[in-house]
Design a protein around this ligand. Structure first.
Ligand SMILES: *Cc1c(COP(=O)(O)O)cnc(C)c1O
Length: 384
């Protein structure tokens, strides 16, 4: 079976992890700060706060911007459930903005229309979470313009997009947003096993992110309510969590970061190979708009209208041929949990139509060129 995604661990990664295992610190040691500095520098952001998962990163980002009961977060329906769940963790409400049928990202036109309407209705979002689907950045300049006009905070869910670029800036620069979130799950671009990170250019936000990562505890006397009672003394000043990443994971992440450009380059080469080989097939790949370098976390195509077979049939035929295809994503608003909150079919029709026709083909940097040909031959057979 050719999987749809897979980590690439090399000897240097293993050595980096071994080194930590032999050291004094396997958590809360120097590897975490080193990893954070590496990512912050690579992305051009002032601060990076590493945590135990991308989901934890989204959660503390919501907390750091003061989201809570009565707040409202908008995201794309075409995402992993975590992009929406982070609002629910803090008691905030969620709504969605439909996608662009070409890029599969949140549609700026749909966002603008919904904002005009929401302003009249008196319920503007506090936070908007654009998701860089498949690794291709949303139109951040336009989203930042709307954020300015309507006064919401932008948290980018860049779980798919580390190593990508938008208008010559690395994704993660926070040039068009208040914060950017990464995931380091093994199918993502670089991995720490499990892990995530929040980047920001705001010193206070960074400070709050670090508090929420570790129980809301501070050892900084300037933040304490009273005087320090001695070297052992700390104060819990917020309700935080244990969302720490380990030094073992951070060492793996730092080692992987050294190959980030190579990973993204290889993913782009494979995507180009797919695009050429699928020319003339009744499938349409995700469009990556000008001014972007996609990190190509996913290679997604939609099955064109009027093809003899449906997506389910194509999926089963490819799986039977040993091709580990997948589907990204079941629209979040159609999950039973969100239906119970009042969402249902027809709410975001573009995302729903997309979901019926989308299929993710295998793409990972260790994949061979010939694997692309194997996949495309299987697609040809299935469609014949
Ligand atoms: C993977 C992913 C997450 C969650 O990341 P974890 O590290 O698995 O918690 C969030 N959003 C998107 C879009 C993702 O793909």
């Amino acid at each position: 079976m050719i999987p749809y995604g897979r980590q690439w661990i090399d000897e240097a990664d293993i050595e980096a992890v071994n080194e930590v295992l032999r050291s004094d610190w396997i958590t809360q040691g120097p590897a975490i700060e080193r990893f954070e500095r590496m990512v912050a520098e690579r992305c051009g952001a002032a601060h990076a706060v590493a945590v135990s998962s991308g989901t934890a990163a989204l959660h503390i980002a919501c907390l750091a911007f003061g989201l809570g009961p009565g707040s409202l977060l908008w995201t794309s329906p075409n995402t992993f459930v975590a992009s929406a769940n982070c609002a629910r963790y803090v008691g905030a409400d969620v709504d969605f903005v439909d996608i662009d049928p070409r890029t599969f990202n949140m549609s700026v036109q749909a966002l603008e229309r919904r904002l005009e309407y929401a302003e009249k209705a008196g319920r503007l979002p506090d936070v908007v979470v654009p998701v860089h689907f498949g690794g291709a950045s949303c139109d951040m300049e336009q989203i930042a313009r709307l954020a300015e006009r309507y006064g919401f905070t932008v948290i980018e869910d860049a779980s798919h997009a580390i190593g990508g670029c938008y208008r010559d800036r690395p994704v993660g620069s926070c040039a068009f947003s208040a914060a950017v979130v990464f995931s380091f799950h093994p199918v993502k671009i670089v991995t720490t096993g499990e892990g995530g990170m929040v980047l920001t250019n705001d010193d206070d936000v960074a400070e709050r992110l670090r508090l929420f990562r570790t129980h809301g505890i501070t050892r900084d006397p300037s933040r304490m309510s009273g005087a320090s009672e001695g070297p052992w003394y700390y104060e819990q000043i917020e309700l935080g969590y244990n969302y720490r990443i380990t030094d073992i994971q951070a060492a793996l992440g730092a080692s992987q970061m050294a190959r980030l450009d190579a990973f993204v380059e290889r993913r782009n080469a494979l995507a180009a190979r797919y695009a050429a080989a699928l020319e003339g097939f009744p499938v349409t790949p995700q469009v990556v708009d000008d001014g972007r370098l996609s990190a190509y976390h996913l290679y997604v195509v939609t099955l064109d209208e009027g093809t003899g077979i449906g997506r389910a049939e194509l999926f089963e035929s490819l799986r039977a041929a040993g091709i580990g295809v997948n589907v990204h994503y079941i629209p979040v608003h159609l999950q039973p949990y969100y239906r119970d909150l009042g969402f249902g079919p027809g709410d975001f029709p573009v995302a729903e139509r997309y979901y019926e026709r989308a299929i993710t083909l295998p793409l990972f940097p260790a994949m061979a060129d010939e694997d692309v040909e194997t996949v495309v031959r299987a697609v040809a057979t299935a469609l014949a």
